[in-house]
Design a protein around this ligand. Structure first.
Ligand code: AVI
Length: 334
C-alpha cells in the first residue's frame, strides 16, 4: 500500500461478526439462506475474477466492450473535474476505462467490503495513476459509508450487474442510497445483465470447468475456517438454474445426503437434497430498468448495449427532488 494513501474503514471488524450472526440466522431459518455478500472473502474474490474470464460467462467481456466503445461519451456527459465513486469495486479493471476517459478526474473512491482486495487494487491504481487522488473505502455499500470529501460533480459506477444480486426492494434501497451519496447533480453508470435465452443464462452459471461451483462451495470453506464449522465439502453441491417467470438465476448449496454439521458450537441437521440459498442474479429488460431507475430517484439518460443485446450499460441522472415529488400529470412549475 502506498504510504501516503488514506483509506476509510467501516467494515474490517463488522465483517467477521456480521458473518457469524448471518450464518447462524441463515442456517436456523427455513428455507435456509446466507447473504451473497459473504461469498467474497479473498479466495471467493479470486474465484470470481476467474469466473469473469470463463467462455460461458459473457457478462464481463460484453460490458467491458460496451464501456470501451462509449467511455468517451460517458466522459463528455460527466464533464470535467468530477469524482468517481465505485460501488463494490472488486479488481477495478473496468474503472480504469472510466478513469482514463473522465477529464481532470478529481478523485477515485472505490468502495468494497473485502479489505485485502481493496488494498491491492487501490495500490495498483495509485501506482499506475500517481497524480490521481485514490481513496479506498472499506465498507458494505448497502450500509452507511463514511463521509467522502470531494469537490465537483459525483459520478457513481456500479458495474458487473451486481445490482442483479439484489432483490428488487434492495435494488431500490441501493439506488436511493446512491442518489443521496452522489447528490442532486450526480449521475450513475450502471451495468445490467439483460433477459435472454434461458440456456445461455444457465450455461453462464454452470460452467464446464466448475469454477462457479467452487465459488459457491467456498462459502462452506469460509464457514469451516472462520466459524469452526465441520462441513464435508464432498457432501454438498452447487445448484444454479434460471427461473424465467421471476427473471432470475437462483443459486443454492444442496446437501447430497442426510448429515449433521457443527457451526460455531451449534449443531445443524441437513436432510438429503435440502438446499441453502446463496444468490439471486436478476436479469432485466427495458421496462424493468425504467421502473427500477425511477424507484431510486433516477431517470435513464442513455442506454448502450452490445449487438446481441446481452448486456446494457445505462447512464442514470438524478431526478430533481421537487420533480420526483410532484404528482404525476402536474404541469407547469413546481
Ligand atoms: C457479481 N455478480 C454480478 C455475479 C452474477 O453474475 O450474478 C456473481 C456470480 N455468481 C455466480 N457467478 C457469478
Amino acid at each position: 500500500m502506498n504510504g501516503s494513501m488514506l483509506s476509510l474503514d467501516y467494515a474490517e471488524t463488522a465483517d467477521r461478526e456480521d458473518f457469524h450472526r448471518a450464518v447462524l440466522a441463515g442456517l436456523s431459518a427455513r428455507p435456509r439462506a446466507i447473504p451473497a455478500k459473504f461469498l467474497y472473502d479473498a479466495r471467493g474474490s479470486a474465484l470470481f475474477d476467474e469466473i469473469c474470464e470463463l467462455p460461458e460467462y459473457y457478462l464481463t467481456r460484453t460490458e467491458t466492450a460496451i464501456l470501451k466503445r462509449h467511455a468517451a461519451e460517458i466522459g463528455r456527459r460527466a464533464g470535467a473535474g468530477c469524482a468517481l465513486i465505485e460501488f463494490g469495486s472488486g479488481s477495478s479493471v473496468k474503472s480504469r476505462l472510466l478513469i482514463e476517459a473522465l477529464p481532470e478526474l478529481a478523485l477515485y473512491a472505490p468502495i468494497d467490503i473485502s479489505r485485502e482486495h481493496l488494498d491491492v487494487t487501490a495500490a495498483r491504481l495509485q501506482r499506475d495513476y500517481p497524480k490521481l487522488r485514490v481513496l479506498p473505502v472499506c465498507a458494505d455499500f448497502m450500509g452507511p459509508v463514511p463521509p467522502i470529501e470531494s469537490s465537483g460533480r459525483r459520478l457513481g459506477f456500479f458495474p458487473g450487474s451486481t445490482i442483479g444480486n439484489l432483490t428488487p426492494a434492495e435494488a431500490t434501497a441501493f439506488l436511493c442510497h446512491a442518489r443521496q451519496l452522489l447528490g442532486d447533480d450526480g449521475a450513475l453508470v450502471l451495468g445490467v445483465d439483460l433477459r435472454k435465452a434461458p440456456q445461455r443464462l444457465h450455461d453462464a452459471y454452470n460452467d464446464s470447468a466448475g469454477v462457479t461451483a467452487a465459488f459457491t462451495l467456498n462459502l462452506l470453506r469460509r464457514m469451516n475456517r472462520e466459524l469452526q464449522a465441520t462441513f464435508d465439502l464432498g457432501g454438498f453441491a452447487h445448484e444454479a438454474f434460471y427461473d424465467e417467470r421471476e427473471g432470475r438465476i437462483e443459486i443454492y448449496i444442496r446437501s447430497l445426503r442426510e448429515q449433521a454439521v457443527w457451526v460455531a458450537g451449534h449443531r445443524f441437521e441437513f436432510a438429503a437434497a435440502e438446499r441453502m440459498h446463496t444468490e439471486y442474479s436478476y436479469k432485466y429488460d427495458a421496462a424493468d430498468l425504467a421502473t427500477l431507475a425511477a424507484s431510486g430517484g433516477f431517470r435513464i439518460a442513455e442506454t448502450w448495449t452490445d449487438p446481441e443485446q446481452l448486456f446494457a450499460v445505462v447512464y442514470l441522472e438524478g431526478v430533481p427532488q421537487k420533480e420526483a415529488a410532484r404528482p404525476r400529470g402536474t404541469l407547469g412549475r413546481a
